[in-house]
Design a protein around this ligand. Structure first.
Ligand SMILES: Cc1cc2nc3c(=O)[nH]c(=O)nc-3n(C[C@H](O)[C@H](O)[C@H](O)COP(=O)(O)OP(=O)(O)OC[C@H]3O[C@@H](n4cnc5c(N)ncnc54)[C@H](O)[C@@H]3O)c2cc1C
Length: 331
């Protein structure tokens, strides 16, 4: 097993910025990411959307911000490893953590910072005939590349923000976009719904459920939906189907620890320490006790910086808590 001072779990925006901060404070860390790519929700759920509320970045695509975060994370060459699912963390008698990666014990560390966000992403599925046959053959669970929908009749299942955001992204290139939602009311923000309704190419069908996905074996061609009130079925042409009915967060990595949680959050104090000495959490997964967690990129960054400064003090009690301003450096 390799010994490091700190293991950071998750390379979403919070974990990537924490990696940079760890380097800044000269902490030997490794960051472990379960999926094959960095950026968390930004890469998985909205890579092509524009973010407007990052400090000093008035307007930028999420994927481009991820690229910058990754570059910054590598300034001190602290390692970030993808395809490294943290399957368990065990606290030893010597107060060190044994980190199990892909079900094998791989690292030993004195400190752990959990930046696992909303967990490993598992999309909710419709669970209807044909769905699994056409996954990657026209059935999508996120919109990563708008070009996939060019000149196609696209059906989007869902009535929340993701469904409407995807519709607005796809509409300029698609032949048509039909949003199908199982309720007779929508959950998406009124402004987005209003924008979508104003687009000639976007249709909204309420109170219908998906029943079957059909194609020629190589690509999807239609979806059958049914009216929830009458049961009457109809077929919609579909060159692509986006299932936007949410993702399940699977924060199941830490079964050997008695971490204090509240709902899906890990409880932390103002230093972003959990109830376990040496273990910290930051970003979307951590809650300091506020009534509503503000799940925001810039706040996650601040939490990561605070946690890293406290981790430095934990690892080296004589070190100062505040590491000074980066402008004092000449890198
Ligand atoms: C559609 C949408 C739009 C948004 N728009 C904005 C916006 O405009 N502005 C803004 O500030 N915020 C926005 N957000 C919120 C923002 O994306 C989140 O606050 C941010 O992604 C949280 O970062 P994080 O690193 O804490 O968690 P995440 O982004 O969830 O990343 C966590 C990472 O940890 C990994 N992971 C989880 N478990 C393990 C494990 N056991 N082992 C290894 N790796 C693991 C995951 O794979 C993931 O990569 C938006 C969110 C969504 C869904």
């Amino acid at each position: 097993m390799e010994e490091v001072e700190l293991v950071i779990v998750g390379a979403g925006p919070t974990g990537l910025f924490a990696t940079f901060c760890a380097g800044l404070r000269m902490i030997k860390s490794v960051t472990l990411e379960a999926t094959g790519k960095y950026g968390g929700q930004m890469s998985e759920l909205y890579p092509q959307k524009i973010v407007y509320d990052m400090q000093a970045i008035p307007k930028m695509r999420a994927a481009d911000i991820v690229e910058r975060l990754y570059q910054q994370s590598q300034m001190f060459k602290n390692r970030v490893e993808s395809d490294s699912d943290v399957t368990d963390i065990i606290l030893g008698r010597d107060k060190r953590f044994v980190i199990e990666v892909n079900n094998k014990q791989k690292y030993v560390s004195r400190a752990v910072l959990i930046c696992a966000g909303i967990g490993k992403f598992v999309p909710n599925r419709l669970n209807i005939p044909g769905e699994s046959d056409y996954e990657n053959k026209g059935v999508f669970y996120t919109v990563k590349n708008v070009g996939d929908f060019s000149d196609k009749d696209v059906v989007i299942m869902g009535g929340g923000d993701s469904a409407f955001d995807y519709a607005m992204q796809i509409e300029p290139v698609a032949r048509s976009v039909t949003i199908v939602h199982h309720n007779n009311f929508l959950k998406a923000a009124e402004k987005t719904v209003e924008q979508a309704r104003s687009k000639r190419k976007i249709n909204i069908v309420l109170n219908h459920d998906a029943k079957e996905i059909v194609g020629d074996g190589r690509a999807v061609s239609r979806i059958t939906i049914a009216d929830n009130a009458t049961g009457i079925k109809k077929n919609l042409d579909a060159g692509a189907i986006v299932v936007a009915i949410g993702h399940q967060a699977k924060p199941d990595a830490f079964k050997s620890l008695s971490l204090e949680t509240e709902g899906r959050y890990i409880k932390v104090d103002s230093s972003y320490k959990t109830n376990i000495d040496g273990m910290y959490a930051a970003g979307d997964i951590a809650n300091i006790g506020s009534e509503q967690k503000m799940a925001l990129l810039s706040l996650g960054g601040g939490e990561a910086y605070t946690a890293i400064n406290n981790i430095k003090k934990y690892l080296s009690p004589t070190a100062s808590l505040f590491g000074g301003h980066s402008t004092s450096l000449n890198l």
